[in-house]
Design a protein around this ligand. Structure first.
Ligand SMILES: [Zn+2]
Length: 434
């Protein structure tokens, strides 16, 4: 961002902060300078936001940007464009790149490429173990001290299944208020697994992925985190049983947080019936009862936040037979719309709670500075303007992501991100990249 661009002031007229009464929001020098009816701003650019909901800029704890190494699937440039179009002002980039984000050097490279792209902030997640191999701790301290200031560590894509390594990692990050984010998947119980183990997998003849493979690791790691007095975050929780365990761990006062993906809030394993690998994902889509439990848990705060697990894949890795296809779905450009459909239109969450679950909580869990603030004077001007009354079929062909593997393709969803502001400057205007 140039110095001159940073000084342009904006007056956002008539937006409804958190879905409440209309107000004007004045933005200058990267900061919200005033809110309320009739905020005046001579020489400011005026944006008519009548009828739009204003939310704090969304924060994703779980994005796969694929760079370095798989630029055919996504780049930091295209992934952060997708994020901005989805209303995000910051994303946490998962470490399973090539090379793996396991050193200060790689973490700083990703952080700098994010700054250069400028569409949203990119906060690297560091690997827990060298090469994600689960055998030896990575340089957690060096990554924490780097310019990228890494605080969250995860081998996501793989589970840290060795209990001793998990314990050491949890102990290590206490020194700098870090957090270990676990991809809970017991490897032996999921060898060859293709979809949720249950009635549908039996009918389709696809190898089952039992709920216990997730729940056993979550239970163990809650106990480990409590034992060493450290902080654990649970990635993409997908089963009703996991929710029960997390509810129990939180009732003990343990430092455990959890995320759920938009797709696990809306889709079920019945979608595998057509053997279309666009519905193949890790962890797998579960049953309607699991979806109901996840929605209730997000509503009552047992699950802290929504995280996309945006996992772009090129066509050749997805348009193949089910068993050979890659796991994963894109999600940045549809996340808020899916949350509106699954949580707001069902009456489970109001917009203030959506802001909590998609901005304030993920920023706090990721120890991310400068994001997740309330829309009040003095806060960094990171915000999203959203039209909840719009309805439109999802068209992955129109997405900025380099990949097209959206499970919501063709589905009519509510909502449209109209504008996104990062530190006072628009990254998206009128639904397009600014
Ligand atoms: Zn994962």
């Amino acid at each position: 961002m140039s110095e001159t661009a940073a000084t342009v002031a904006w007056l956002i007229r008539g937006a409804r902060p958190l879905g409440g009464e209309p107000a004007d929001i004045r933005v200058a020098d990267g900061t919200i300078t005033a809110t309320g009816p009739g905020a005046s701003a001579p020489r400011a650019q005026v944006l008519d936001a009548t009828g739009l909901i204003a939310l704090p800029g969304l924060v994703d704890l779980h994005t796969h940007l694929r760079e370095p190494g798989r630029e055919d699937a996504e780049t930091i440039e295209t992934g952060t464009m997708a994020a901005a179009l989805g209303g995000f002002t910051a994303v946490h980039a998962m470490a399973n790149t090539d090379p793996v984000a396991e050193t200060a050097g790689v973490a700083e490279q990703i952080w700098r490429l994010g700054r250069r792209a400028g569409h949203c902030d990119v906060q690297p997640v560091g690997a827990v173990t060298v090469g994600l191999a689960g055998a030896q701790l990575a340089e957690l301290g060096a990554m924490a001290e780097s310019a990228a200031r890494v605080r969250m560590f995860s081998d996501d894509g793989r589970c840290v299944s060795d209990a001793v390594l998990m314990r050491r990692a949890l102990e290590y990050v206490k020194a700098f208020d870090g957090v270990i984010a676990q991809h809970a998947q017991e490897p032996r119980l999921t060898e060859g697994a293709q979809m949720n183990e249950g009635e549908v997998s039996g009918r389709l003849g696809l190898a089952g992925w039992p709920a216990v493979a997730e729940e056993a690791v979550i239970a163990r790691d809650c106990l480990l985190a409590a034992h060493v007095g450290s902080t654990l975050h649970l990635c993409h929780v997908s089963t009703a049983g996991s929710v029960e365990i997390i509810r129990w761990a939180k009732s003990k006062g343990w430092q455990v947080t959890a995320e759920v993906t938009p797709h696990h809030l809306l889709l079920t394993d019945e979608l595998a019936a057509g053997y279309d690998p666009v519905y193949k994902v890790n962890p797998p889509l579960r049953t309607a009862a699991d979806v109901a439990a996840l929605r209730d848990a997000l509503a009552d705060g047992t699950i802290d936040c929504v995280a996309t697990d945006h996992a772009p894949h090129p066509l050749e890795d997805k348009e193949t037979e089910w068993s050979a296809a890659a796991f994963g779905m894109t999600g940045l450009e549809t996340a808020l719309r899916v949350v509106q459909q699954a949580m707001v239109e069902t009456g489970l969450l109001g917009w203030a709670q959506v802001a909590d679950r998609m901005s304030a909580r993920p920023a706090a869990i990721g120890r991310l500075r400068g994001h997740g603030h309330s829309l009040v004077a003095g806060s960094p001007a990171n915000l999203t303007l959203y039209d909840p009354d719009h309805r439109e079929a999802v068209d992955p062909g129109s997405h900025a992501s380099r990949s097209r593997n959206s499970p919501f393709a063709g589905m009519v969803l509510p909502g449209r991100v109209v504008a996104t502001f990062l530190r006072g400057q628009p990254t998206v205007l009128d639904g397009k990249l600014a």
